[in-house]
Write a protein that binds this ligand. Structure first.
Ligand SMILES: Nc1nc2[nH]c(S[C@@H](C(=O)O)c3ccccc3)nc2c(=O)[nH]1
Length: 277
C-alpha cells in the first residue's frame, strides 16, 4: 500500500516513525525566532539521521488550557520552519494544524502531510486540504483541548471513534480527497479516560480493518503517566511499550519524541514479522 507525500513514496504496509518537532515558543528555551527555526531544523536533521521517515511540525499547543494561537502567530511559527526543513532535510514534513491558511501555505513550502487533530472540521479546512493535494491524517478528538479531559463519556468508545472517523472520511472523499491519501488516528489522550485509551489500543486492529493506514501518538502522554506514575521525562520505556503494541496491531506511523529508540523497537517487531508467522 504505497502513499506519496509531496513526491516521496512510502509503503504503508510497513511501520514508519514520525518525530515531533515542536515550534511553540515554550518548546525553545531562548524563544528567539531565528534560533527556534535553526533549532527546529537541527532537531529534524537529528531525527531523520535516527531513522524518522516523517517530522511533525506543530505551532499550536493543544495542551489543555493553553491560550488559543492566532492564525498569524501559527503561520509565523510554522512556515519558516517548514520552508527551512524542506530546503535542508530530506524527509516528509507533516504539519500538525487545523488552520486552512496554514494547510495551504505549508503545502506550497514543501509539506508532505496534513496532520489535523480536528479531522479538517474547521471551516474551509477540507477545501484547503483538497487544494493542497496532500495526504491527510484524520484524528478523533472529543470536545476541545481546553475541556476535553473533563469527564469524557462514550456509549462505546471503539465504535464511536470508528463511526466518527468514517463520517470524516466520507466528507473528505466526497470533497475530492482520494481514499489512498487518507490516514486515520484514534487520538489517544484527546477526550479519553485511561480506560478509553486502553480499549482503543487493545482493539486497534478493528480500526485498521476500516481500510485506511493508522497513525498513532502516545509518546510520553498522560495515559502512560497514569499507568506507571512516571513524570513526562521518565516515560520512554512505557512509550516504547505502546509503540511496540501499536506496530503489532498494524499501525503504519508512530508519532514520537524519541525516534532512535522507537526505530529500534519497530525493527525488532518487523524482524519477527519477516519470519512470516
Ligand atoms: N495525529 C496526531 N497528532 C497529534 N498531535 C498531538 S499533540 C499532543 C502530544 O502529546 O504530542 C499534545 C496534546 C496536548 C498537549 C500537548 C501535546 N498528539 C497527536 C496524536 O496523537 N496524533
Amino acid at each position: 500500500m504505497q502513499m506519496t507525500f509531496a513526491g516521496r513514496e512510502l509503503d504503508m504496509g510497513r511501520c514508519h516513525v514520525m518525530g515531533i518537532v515542536n515550534v511553540t515558543p515554550d518548546s525553545f528555551s531562548d524563544g528567539g525566532r531565528y534560533n527556534s527555526v535553526e533549532l527546529a531544523v537541527q532537531r529534524a536533521r537529528e531525527m531523520v539521521a535516527d531513522g524518522a521517515a516523517f517530522v511533525d511540525v506543530g505551532g499550536e499547543s493543544t495542551r489543555p488550557g493553553a491560550a488559543p494561537v492566532s492564525e498569524q502567530e501559527e503561520l509565523d511559527r510554522v512556515c519558516p520552519v517548514v520552508e527551512a526543513i524542506a530546503r535542508d532535510v530530506d524527509t516528509v514534513i507533516s504539519v500538525d494544524t487545523s488552520t486552512p491558511s496554514v494547510i495551504r501555505e505549508t503545502a506550497r513550502l514543501g509539506a508532505g502531510l496534513v496532520n489535523d487533530v480536528r479531522a479538517l472540521e474547521r471551516e474551509g479546512a477540507v477545501d484547503a486540504a483538497v487544494e493542497a493535494g496532500l495526504p491527510v491524517c484524520l484524528m478523533h478528538m472529543k470536545g476541545a483541548p481546553g475541556t476535553m479531559q473533563q469527564n469524557p463519556e462514550y456509549r462505546h468508545v471503539v465504535r464511536d471513534v470508528a463511526t466518527y472517523l468514517m463520517d470524516r472520511v466520507r466528507v473528505c472523499e466526497a470533497a475530492g480527497i482520494p481514499a489512498e491519501n487518507i490516514l486515520l488516528d484514534p487520538g489517544f489522550g484527546f477526550g479519553k479516560t485511561l480506560e478509553h485509551n486502553l480499549q482503543l489500543l487493545a482493539t486497534l486492529e478493528q480500526l485498521r480493518v476500516l481500510g485506511y493506514p493508522l497513525l498513532v501518538g502516545m509518546s510520553r502522554k498522560t495515559m502512560l503517566g497514569q499507568i506507571t506514575g512516571r513524570e513526562v521525562s521518565e516515560r520512554l520505556p512505557a512509550s516504547l511499550a505502546v509503540a511496540t503494541i501499536s506496530v503489532l496491531k498494524g499501525a503504519s506511523v508512530i508519532r514520537v519524541h524519541d525516534v532512535r529508540e522507537t526505530v529500534d523497537a519497530v525493527r525488532v517487531v518487523e524482524a519477527m514479522q519477516a519470519q512470516g508467522y
